[in-house]
Design a protein around this ligand. Sequence first.
Ligand code: PMP
Ligand code: GLN
Length: 380
Amino acid sequence: MHIPSKLPDVGTTIFAVMSALANEHSAINLSQGFPDFSCPEELIESVHRFMREGYNQYPPMSGVPQLRQAIADKYASLYQTALDADTEVTVTSGATEALFCAITALVNPGDEVIIFDPAYDAYEPVIQLSGGITRRIKLSYPDYAIDWHQVKACINAKTRLIILNNPHNPTGSILTSHDIQNLQALVSNTPVFLLADEVYEHIVFDGSQHQSLLRFEDLRARSFVVSSFGKTYHMTGWKIGYCIAPPDMSAEFRKIHQFNTFTTCTPMQYALAEFLQYSGYYRSLGEFYQNKRNHFLARMKSSRFKALPCHGTYFQLMSYADITDQHDIEFARKLTTESGIASIPVSVFYGDGCDEKVLRFCFAKDTETLDKAAEILCKI
Ligand code: PMP
Ligand code: GLN
């Protein structure tokens, strides 16, 4: 039987495609974003302990209270933001679920949603499923900054939501305080909501400060702020994230969440609650990944790839315009199958397929992996 597709233009996500190709050709996988090193041993021990102690049944729908409180405490200590763990924090099955619930809760047929290209690929399909209209605004090349004049020109009576991804995947750009001021000026006195995808919140480099929307009371009052433990604690496969929003917005969010996944894995939530209470692990994460970025860049110095600025995330963009004018999808495929290095072609994140001859390399890898990859890339 044929199903008329609700997402006729959507294929398999590039992350699944490139990781499969990397596996098929035994290539070094710098495509999909995940570390090739382990998460903290205490976390693994703690999950085992909670499992053995019998924490194996459904947790509360909005998340284990201890974890929600630990999340609220973290932001109180980081940004002096007072959050009510009961009404403003919801634990989800990865940030992906949180993005789905937030967009679905907000967007009605005909509503317009502004996203910035190159855009992470999990936003538009959900907008489309809700009957919304995606308005894409290009970030400027090569610094991938937001042109606020364009945003202003794009806002109209139908604008429901602006989705911000900060630090930005795939480009590694970050919002500055100047961006925040522009955003504040644009949305004040409008009914526009914000969705901030901040999964790389702790991976910011060179002394910059992460401009979380949680820092700004006026913005926080109209925002869903989404994050993920996967990026912070090196366990992307656990799929545990969360969403922070004011009580009324969280209530609508939870109406969707309860019939989507209802809740997420119990022993992992308890383990994370415990870990967050005593560990300031995330505070050194920026430095940890900055060292990896610097190491990778140093090894790539003699290559014909040109590094673009990277202020955050664990992704490094590289221009290959000096090597070939092949399309980036074709070149990424060739690099995987013939040279044994998998990366992500950036054109797939553009609504119009804009090909700037740029590939994304994930540097959340052991030094040995980065060295091997750079050695190959320097010969190309
Ligand atoms: N948003 C961005 C920008 C991401 O890069 C990712 C995953 N890498 C997600 C959301 C999804 O996070 P999760 O794996 O927790 O669902
Ligand atoms: N967010 C990850 C990346 O950018 C991939 C997540 C996924 O595979 N869905 O590589």
